[in-house]
Design a protein around this ligand. Structure first.
Ligand SMILES: NC(=O)c1ccc[n+]([C@@H]2O[C@H](COP(=O)([O-])OP(=O)(O)OC[C@H]3O[C@@H](n4cnc5c(N)ncnc54)[C@H](OP(=O)(O)O)[C@@H]3O)[C@@H](O)[C@H]2O)c1
Length: 199
């Protein structure tokens, strides 16, 4: 919803009908606000085939099985917002042996896939609250400088949100572990949808 006024967005799903319904939902939400929307729903594979930039918005535990069903990612920019974590008595960061979800994704994808992390620290409820401007920072990690510039431009195309270069993919674990921290802060301080900003 935050991207489809400015970019052509393709929603992927294991169920094409579900993706179509999501795209209609997105279109209607933006129409209500008098905003344009270019959005369509497809299978995950069709969405990958149609996209220049793929956002892997799937839970960590399903990343490996999902990627094993997809082809054609080589050469594309893949954004990981994935945070490997578990809810115990509190939230804990549970990275894979590679050190982060993004580093695992790099191992699973063909060489030549241009992987960056972004959007890890923004709560879904914040994205949904379309009436609210998001004065938030989004750290971006990646090893391909050109891809990182494209991803930072994409992030910065959302009003008020600001992308920050957080370094190479090697440090992506530092970004992914912020989310369990934010969730613990929200929980212990009775706050909701805590985000980050750098001043
Ligand atoms: N939620 C947040 O506030 C938030 C904030 C920052 C980052 N993130 C990260 O963003 C990612 C997505 O989070 P989310 O809360 O959007 O997750 P989610 O709602 O639980 O799942 C997102 C989508 O993943 C697909 N999926 C679910 N189970 C699957 C399975 N068994 N196999 C393959 N695909 C499956 C589903 O799509 P289909 O059923 O349509 O295939 C589902 O709609 C996570 O890695 C999370 O760490 C989330």
């Amino acid at each position: 919803m935050r991207l489809s006024s400015r970019h052509e967005v393709t929603i992927g799903s294991r169920e094409e009908e579900k993706a179509r319904e999501s795209s209609v939902c997105c279109f209607n939400a933006l129409k209500e606000r008098g905003l344009p929307c270019t959005c369509s729903g497809h299978t995950n594979q069709e969405a990958v085939d149609m996209a220049d930039i793929v956002i892997l918005a799937i839970p960590f535990k399903h990343v490996e099985s999902t990627l094993s069903t997809l082809t054609g990612l080589s050469g594309k920019i893949v954004i990981s917002p994935v945070n490997p974590m578990e809810k115990r008595d509190f939230f804990v960061f549970t990275p894979p042996p590679e050190g982060s979800a993004a580093l695992l994704i790099r191992r699973l994808l063909p060489p030549g896939t241009r992987i960056c992390t972004a959007f890890n620290t923004v709560a879904a409820n914040k994205w949904r609250a379309l009436g609210e401007e998001l004065d938030l920072a989004i750290p971006v990690c990646g090893d391909d400088a050109a891809a990182k510039t494209v991803v930072m431009d994409l992030v910065n195309s959302i009003p008020k949100i600001r992308a920050y270069d957080a370094g190479p993919l090697a440090v992506s674990g530092m970004v992914e572990c912020l989310t369990p921290l934010l969730l613990n802060i929200a929980r212990y301080n009775k706050m909701r949808d805590v985000g980050i900003q750098f001043r």
